[in-house]
Design a protein around this ligand. Structure first.
Ligand SMILES: [Fe+2]
Ligand SMILES: [Fe+2]
Length: 283
């Protein structure tokens, strides 16, 4: 494949983006519909055995650390409520869609989901500045979804991107521009847009390496938080591929209002979450 000029050419000629499983669309609609009941939602989840199974595995994984095993979708709904279960179903289906054979990449995304969650749990952030706290894990899980798409479709080019990064003072994103012509942030944001995810999530994926890429100024804070969660993930020992590091522009720290020394505890928490991370990767 030759370098392309823009994302539309890439999507027309080389890369096909996966669609969101119909079960997830159906469940999201049900959760948003005030007339639907828990029983309707349980029925929709149970109607897709693969998603139902993954949902139960996820609920019972070390990440949720629930005291008792949850054995049915009804049980999960009554324990956790519709909104939480909707996020779990979404997460389970993302795992289903994004199996890419790149263990490090999947671990990086899962660990970043945890970094986001731990940042939300910490006292560092003024919570009023990030409205999507209950979706923090999903933000992290999806931030590098573009890299997973590239790994699935452009493995040869990604090898060249890694080479360029190791030999020259290129960042990963600059090397993607040079070799592919489009960045993983652009592709990830387009996927989130196609899946009709929230505008904040789309902008957060677009801007997680460069806040100028945020399509609206109201989303700069969540993109900055995402960039910091990404940085934490690398520092905790979960790079997307071996030997790759990430540098973070000062503007990210200035935007969130704390600095590197403040996140030492969060880095340690992610580093200590190996069991939960492995559990999710092997879902
Ligand atoms: Fe990234
Ligand atoms: Fe990342």
């Amino acid at each position: 494949m030759n370098r392309v000029t823009d994302i539309d050419t890439l999507l027309d000629e080389v890369v096909t983006l996966p669609s969101l499983p119909s079960t997830v669309i159906q469940i999201t609609n049900l959760v948003n519909d005030p007339d639907s009941s828990m029983a309707d939602i349980a029925k929709a989840i149970s109607g897709d055995p693969s998603i139902a199974l993954k949902t139960l595995r996820l609920v019972n994984s070390a990440y949720y650390a629930l005291p008792n095993k949850i054995t049915s979708v009804d049980h999960a709904l009554s324990m956790l409520g519709m909104k939480v279960v909707k996020n779990i179903v979404f997460t389970a289906s993302v795992f289903d869609t994004l199996q890419c054979g790149e263990d490090a990449l999947l671990k990086h995304n899962v660990a970043c989901g945890m970094a986001m969650q731990y940042l939300m749990d910490s006292d560092l952030l003024d919570k009023s500045k990030f409205e999507h706290q209950d979706e923090a894990f999903i933000y992290g899980l999806l931030h590098d979804v573009g890299k997973i798409i590239f790994a699935q479709h452009l493995s040869e080019q990604i090898g060249k991107v890694a080479d360029l990064c190791s030999k020259n003072p290129f960042t990963w994103t600059q090397a993607e521009k040079e070799i592919i012509g489009v960045t993983h942030s652009e592709v990830g944001a387009r996927l989130a847009e196609n899946w009709q995810l929230s505008p904040t999530l789309v902008a957060t994926i677009a801007g997680h390496h460069d806040l100028n890429e945020c399509t609206e100024s109201g989303h700069v804070m969540s993109a900055a938080i995402m960039g910091i969660a990404d940085y934490i993930t690398y520092q905790a020992g979960y790079p997307c591929s071996a030997g790759i590091s990430v540098s973070l522009d000062n503007i990210f720290w200035e935007t969130v209002g704390f600095d590197e020394s403040d996140v030492a505890d969060v880095i340690q928490k992610v580093a200590d979450s190996t069991d939960a991370i492995n559990d999710l990767v092997n879902l």
